[in-house]
Design a protein around this ligand. Structure first.
Ligand code: PLP
Length: 392
């Protein structure tokens, strides 16, 4: 059986270092808000390229607290709108509705699988305060048009970077820098603030729940730090109706170990993805991320806008998706669907049940995620390619 994601094998790659990190925390006698957290926050901020990294309990909290902080800062208020892709994991949208803000769902482009940047401007109303982009499947969703729209309309650009640790983009960032120069920037540093999830299955995964916010905004960082600490900057003094949302020392120490391997791990994912893209040839199974990758390389003002993909998920598409999934399972390959039901058709958002979002619905109906992670062997990759090519 080839598992979709074999976390035992993945974490075995760093076994000795993780055990040492856990032992160090145990021996320190300090389990929250200590040195390990401080060290990881510093290293992750340096890696992403932002001034601040604030460790929180999970990725949903990271996104929720960014929006909550903007409300506390008076940048947003209840009922304001946040533009978000319609084809995302529910957490991106929960973060918005948790804050009594209104998600405005925008269709993705079939070329990029990311929010269709040509549809954003028409979704803006006087109540729009932010655009949340989601680097879905590990692929950078930023475009210069998105940066330009946020800049011209004075909107916050928030990144959901749960699936794209280590991804980068060569881009002009008009909403952030006056100089229109091409910058080589990691996702998580492209917008005003970013939420990261370190759920165990992510490219940078903890051994439990953990998350972080990265930002260059000093005030935002300060408010988020307080919000995650019962609304308090100073012990027993509470400025906000906060919550308890923090990363613990064990997870921080483990993440610090795995961060050192992230680029190499992503490189291995890219090698596997390159083989899939080159060798899967079957008209019933579209492995379209290849053409999509090429399509993302555009030329503007002589600048090459180059967007990376770290293949958190390797999606293939088939009109016979369910049959394909069963066929692979019968032949010993476990797969997943990201995601079977789009957010607007979920019971928890009954008010959207009449919405028609055909592109989103098509992606959700045809997507199948095949195994793609750093602990896979070449033989496993070959086996999956052969099976996909033999599907009739
Ligand atoms: C796109 C996206 N956003 C947000 C989250 C939420 O992260 P967490 O599970 O850490 O709350 C996830 C992952 O679960 C995700 O894939």
């Amino acid at each position: 059986m080839i598992k979709y994601l074999d976390l035992l094998k993945v974490n075995a790659l760093y076994d000795a270092e993780i055990r040492q990190a856990v032992a160090d925390v145990l021996d320190s006698g300090w389990y929250l808000k200590g040195e390990a957290t401080h060290r990881f926050e510093q290293h992750y901020a340096e890696y992403i390229g932002t001034r601040h990294c604030i460790g929180v309990a999970n990725g949903l909290d990271a996104l929720t607290l960014i929006l909550r902080a903007y409300i506390e800062m008076g940048v947003m208020q209840e009922g304001d709108e946040v533009i978000v892709p319609a084809n995302t994991y529910i957490a991106s949208i929960l973060a918005i509705t948790d804050n009594r803000l209104v998600p405005v769902l925008v269709e993705p482009s079939l070329d990029t699988l990311q929010i269709d940047d040509t549809l954003i401007e028409q979704a803006i109303t006087p109540r729009t305060r932010a655009v949340m982009i989601v680097h879905l499947y590990g692929r950078c969703a930023y475009t210069d048009r998105i940066g330009d729209i946020c800049h011209r309309h004075g909107l916050k650009l928030i990144e959901d970077n749960a699936q794209a640790h280590g991804c980068w983009c060569d881009a002009v960032l008009p909403h952030r820098f006056a100089a229109l120069e091409l910058q080589h920037v990691r996702t998580g540093a492209l917008g005003d603030a970013a939420g990261h999830s370190f759920y165990p299955g992510k490219n940078l995964g903890a051994l439990g729940d953990a998350g972080a916010v990265t930002t260059d905004d000093d005030e935002l960082a300060d408010v988020i730090r307080a919000l995650g600490n019962y609304g308090s900057h100073q012990k027993y003094v509470h400025d906000y109706l906060g919550r308890n949302s923090r990363i613990d020392e064990l997870q921080a120490a483990i993440l610090d170990v795995k961060l050192r391997h992230l680029d190499a791990d992503n490189q291995r994912r890219k090698e596997i993805a390159a083989r899939y893209e080159r060798d899967i040839v079957n008209e019933i199974v579209t492995c379209c991320i290849a053409t999509r990758e090429t399509a993302s390389r555009s030329q503007r003002n002589g600048l090459s806008l180059n967007r990376d993909c770290v293949y958190h998920i390797f999606p293939v598409f088939s009109p016979r998706r369910d049959e394909l999934q069963q066929y692979l399972a019968d032949n010993g390959v476990e797969t997943q669907i990201h995601y079977p039901i789009p957010p607007h058709q979920q019971k928890c958002y009954k008010e959207w049940s009449t919405l028609e979002l055909p592109v989103t619905e098509q992606i959700h109906a045809q997507e199948l995620s095949i195994p793609c992670h750093q602990a896979m062997t070449d033989d496993e990759v070959t086996c999956i390619i052969d099976l996909l090519n033999a599907f009739k």
